[in-house]
Write a protein that binds this ligand. Sequence first.
Ligand SMILES: [Zn+2]
Length: 256
Amino acid sequence: MRDAMSDQSISEIRRDLAAAYRLIALEGMDDGIYTHISARLPSGPGGEQRFLLNPFGLRFDEVTAANLVTVDETGAVIDDPYGAGVNAAGFTIHSAVHMARHDAVCVLHTHTVAGVAVSSNQEGLLPLNQWSAQFYDRIAFHDYEGIALNLEERARIVADLGDKSVMLLRNHGTLLLGRSVAEAVKLALNLERSCKAQVAALGMGLTPVVLGHDIAEHTASQYQSMYDSYEQKGKPDPEWAAQLRRLDASAPGYLG
Ligand SMILES: [Zn+2]
């Protein structure tokens, strides 16, 4: 497994995580002060685990690279430039996933209308289009147990996730893991488009054309190869560079 920290500096991770909050807000995929996006930092001088999280109570469009809070795996604050602390309860799912999945730099959780709608159906996400084919046979599910605060559910979430990077939280939302912040955001944006398209297609009252196994699997493999080229081979990622330029133009304060 690749060392997730090998080729990104702390300042780049802070920039990318702030960009993630701003992009999710720009796309209307935030939910007030709820849901979180977290990023793993390189271990501290004593080998301690460190993660970045948004300051408690800030909207996603108020998050900057400079005001992100550093916490340990329990959500205890290590560094807090803004001084508002973090929502430690909201970090419980993230910390469990981070501790189980060292291949993931970023854990991104959303409550979007389309994501919740698709998660609420038994069939989950169908391979109805190019976006959703990316996720074919690659989605984990976790059944709803109420607001996720207890330690026992953390273990079940990790077990349900297994080695997948995309999970539909039944009746609740979505969870994405990225080998970089950029990858988690790209997955989240494509999953959202997939869910919106499914809601639209199934709402037309006509007969949807569901892609067959072979073509859906082929398409998912194509996406996987493209993503691997950025994450494993260090190829420059023009999609993420374009998203950062989008923020330079529309939210220039995101670096703080
Ligand atoms: Zn949630």
